[in-house]
Write a protein that binds this ligand. Structure first.
Ligand code: SF4
Ligand code: MG
Length: 273
């Protein structure tokens, strides 16, 4: 039987604004399937975003949703989780929103290991705001602000998340649609900060400028360069050149922030504060 997406979509809000061929719709469907697989209740689930194409997602789904200021998804989500630790909190947003404007909030949510799931849609560009280069734009790529080629080195979001302290980090792509829901579900079930990087395609703002002839070309690149973690173990550094790993990249158990904070409150109360 076909999966019933309608029961999680907000009535009257579709069609969405995403361009034909945009990977964000594929990622949104993966998120919905993950929520369904985890059996989350709508009233006990919050989906929070900043600003950008990916950040329009909360407007289309029927949960407790917050569409906040640019880069502030993780900050607002932290507030929700601190006020309601029993709630499942999910952040969605793009690479520009999450790693430039919101980079500070992102790394500190990772550092605290607060129990939330951050699904970051990495299409290597600021899509909605005019095609400016983001920290994830490949070196040499064209953007509206790097018309002669991007001179900057590129952030690896997953490595950034691991380095900052996230305790579950996974990567997939919009080509690997059936892997998206599995990794997000694992992230939701993990106690602590879970980051799922979805490399996806922006055919309009990134693709056209960088001479991709079609969405299929962009998808092919995602397919051809993805290497599952298990397969990478058997490959040489030379064979891995230009590729990226997919699957669960890092997982560890570490005390979760709201639980640590509850202990602080209990101590303060015991002292009559
Ligand atoms: Fe998707 Fe790019 Fe269009 Fe934004 S501009 S909706 S990221 S294809
Ligand atoms: Mg982007």
């Amino acid at each position: 039987m076909a999966f019933d997406y309608d029961k999680y979509l907000r009535p009257g809000k579709l069609p969405h604004i995403w361009c034909p061929g945009c990977g964000h719709g594929i990622a949104m469907k993966g998120l919905i399937r993950a929520i369904d697989a985890c059996g989350l209740e709508k009233n006990n689930t919050a989906i929070v975003s900043g600003i950008g194409c990916a950040s329009r997602l909360p407007g289309y789904v029927d949960f407790n949703t917050l569409h906040t200021a640019h880069g502030r998804g993780a900050a607002f989500a932290t507030g929700v989780k601190m006020a309601k630790p029993e709630m499942t909190v999910i952040v969605v947003g793009g690479d520009g929103d999450g790693t430039a404007i919101g980079g500070n909030h992102f790394i500190h949510a990772c550092r605290r290991n607060i129990d939330m799931t951050y699904v970051i849609f990495n299409n290597s560009i600021y899509g909605m705001t005019g095609g400016q280069f983001s920290p994830c734009t490949p070196t040499g790529a064209l953007a509206s602000t790097t018309v002669y080629g991007n001179p900057d080195p590129t952030f690896d979001i997953s490595k950034l998340a691991i380095g900052a302290g996230a305790t579950f980090v996974a990567r997939t792509t919009s080509f690997h649609a059936t892997q998206i829901d599995k990794l997000i579900a694992e992230g939701i079930q993990h106690k602590g900060m879970a980051v799922i990087e979805v490399l996806d395609d922006c055919p309009t703002t990134y693709g056209r400028r960088n001479k991709f002839r079609s969405v299929i070309d962009m998808m092919k690149k995602l397919k051809d360069n993805a290497v599952p973690v298990a397969a990478a173990a058997k490959m040489t550094a030379e064979q891995l050149e230009g590729k990226f790993l997919t699957g669960v990249l890092f997982k560890e158990e570490r005390p979760e922030y709201t639980e640590q904070y509850a202990k602080v409150i209990a101590k303060a109360k015991a002292k009559g504060a």
